[in-house]
Ligand binder design. Structure first.
Ligand code: SAM
Length: 459
């Protein structure tokens, strides 16, 4: 692996940089594989047991994460039904540090409004959903339209209802003054931190791109700044080693806004380097020769600026009728805490305490997904959506059909296949107690309702 010489020379005076160790770790070809399990689904233990019993993998906890594990080798995630069911997310270990950064700077037991500004494909957003209280609301935003689909897919699989997926430019959030308690900006960057994982990315790296990324990062921060409340927390991160995208951005923040840089507690054995900038801001560097993870940079700030709070003026509501809500309720564990909204013929369940805010955001932003989509109301019944099958709110006594591994993979490939069942109607395709999606039982055969665009193409 040939690293760009200008990157190496630019890093010479960077906190914690060791040229020889840096080159060796990139030449080693070592691949660190890690997953983060979904604590919102009641069957994580099944998923973990399977990993533990797998002869070629062993689990070791990621030290700064409550639900992250290293695997000793990379299995075929595509051919693992648990992966498709949202029981875990394949996430690079250093990125999981977001959990520490937030737990140490915000009171996560409180009801919070959280905005993930640069969210696709959803690694940070699914982590945020795992650690915020169920009364909190996450707005998971991605500006690039083609990347919203993968974000939506991962959010649906994670399964909880306290979330909105939006497709907006960061500047669209500037009108939502003081609305959010927490902003997460995992900024687009020059990507040098991922060179070991993705050597192809080396070709794209240039000093000019570092400058462009730095300007874009400033623009995103400046655009999103006003939607953070006074005393709210902003977490900024990149997977770049370049100081222009890391420490220099912190200094720029200090110069431009009233912010307090927040210092995090780091255990020595984690191997994470603390950098204090000339303006007294704190940043945390992950070097792959010191931590078991890829290159990463993260910093936390508190907003120290008086900020008005936007008034939520709702022009029209989009609530389901009472009758539609009753039909939907038949499919759910409980309707406590839920409210039902309608977009076209689709009905979705959202947390009732966020009803007003969600209606307002649906008016002001390009909301691409809200809560848990339940389905379409047809003739006083529900044509259920896949999202309901893999959600955490579906009733527990739904009809179920247990599949073995081959049948589960057949199901995920969207093949129709025969099973013998006396029963007819909607049933959950289950693999080791985990719902994979819907099927319709028709005597001795089934209709497969797995989403076509998500099906496994690999043989
Ligand atoms: N947070 C994601 C995760 O953990 O899965 C990864 C985010 S990635 C580092 C940066 C994201 O920013 C990409 O999805 C990219 O499409 C988006 N992006 C690119 N240009 C942007 C811009 N000008 N404003 C906001 N987001 C942008």
């Amino acid at each position: 692996m040939s690293l760009p010489p200008s990157l190496i020379s630019s890093l010479n005076n960077t906190n914690g940089f060791n040229k020889e160790a840096f080159e060796t770790v990139h030449a080693s070809g070592e691949q660190v594989v890690s997953i983060r399990v979904n604590p919102l689904k009641p069957y994580i233990s099944t998923s973990l047991d399977v990993w533990q019993e797998h002869p070629s993998t062993s689990l070791r906890a990621v030290p700064w994460s409550s639900s992250g594990y290293y695997l000793s080798e990379r299995p075929s995630f595509t051919l693992d039904p648990f992966f498709h069911a949202g029981t875990y997310y394949v996430q690079e270990a250093s990125s999981m540090f977001l959990e520490q950064a937030l737990k140490q700077t915000a009171d996560l037991s409180k009801t919070l409004m959280v905005l993930d500004v640069c969210a696709a494909p959803g690694g940070k957003s699914t982590l945020l959903q795992s650690i915020i209280s169920k009364e909190s609301l996450l707005v998971s935003n991605e500006v690039i339209q083609t990347r919203v689909q993968i974000l939506k897919e991962n959010i649906i699989k994670w399964g909880s209802s306290n979330v909105l997926v939006t497709n907006n430019d960061p500047r669209d959030f500037s009108k939502l003054e003081g609305l959010f308690d927490v902003l997460v900006i995992d900024a687009p960057c020059s990507g040098s931190g991922l060179f070991r994982k993705d050597p192809e990315a080396i070709k794209e790296w240039s000093e000019e791109n570092v400058q462009l990324c730095s300007q874009r990062q400033q623009r995103i921060l400046a655009d999103a700044w006003s939607c953070l409340k006074e005393d709210g927390v902003l977490i900024y991160s990149t997977c770049s080693y370049s100081t222009e995208e890391d420490e220099e951005i912190l200094d720029w923040m200090k110069e431009k806004f009233k912010v307090e840089g927040l210092r995090l507690k780091i255990e020595q054995e984690w191997g994470i380097d603390e950098a204090q900038t000339s303006t007294g801001m704190y940043g945390y560097r992950f070097w792959p020769y010191k931590v078991k993870g890829e290159g990463f940079f993260i910093a936390a700030f508190r907003k120290k600026e008086e900020t008005d709070i936007v008034r939520l003026k709702i022009k029209h509501t989009q609530l389901a009728t009472k009758q539609e809500a009753t039909v939907a309720a038949n499919w759910l564990q409980s309707i406590d805490g839920l409210s039902f909204i309608k977009q076209g013929q689709h009905i979705a369940a959202v947390p009732i305490q966020w009803n007003e805010t969600i209606q307002y955001l649906m008016q002001e932003l390009k909301v691409r997904y809200a809560g848990v989509e339940l389905g379409t109301i047809a003739k006083n019944d529900l044509l259920p959506e896949h999202a309901l099958a893999v959600s955490t709110i579906l009733k527990t006594d739904a009809l179920k059909v247990d599949l073995d591994l081959n049948q589960a993979l057949d199901y995920l490939r969207k093949n129709d296949f025969n099973i013998s069942s006396e029963q007819k109607g909607w049933a959950l395709a289950m693999y080791n107690n985990v719902p994979l999606g819907w099927m319709k039982l028709l005597g001795n055969r089934i209709n497969n309702y797995y989403p076509k665009e998500w099906r496994i193409l690999m043989r």
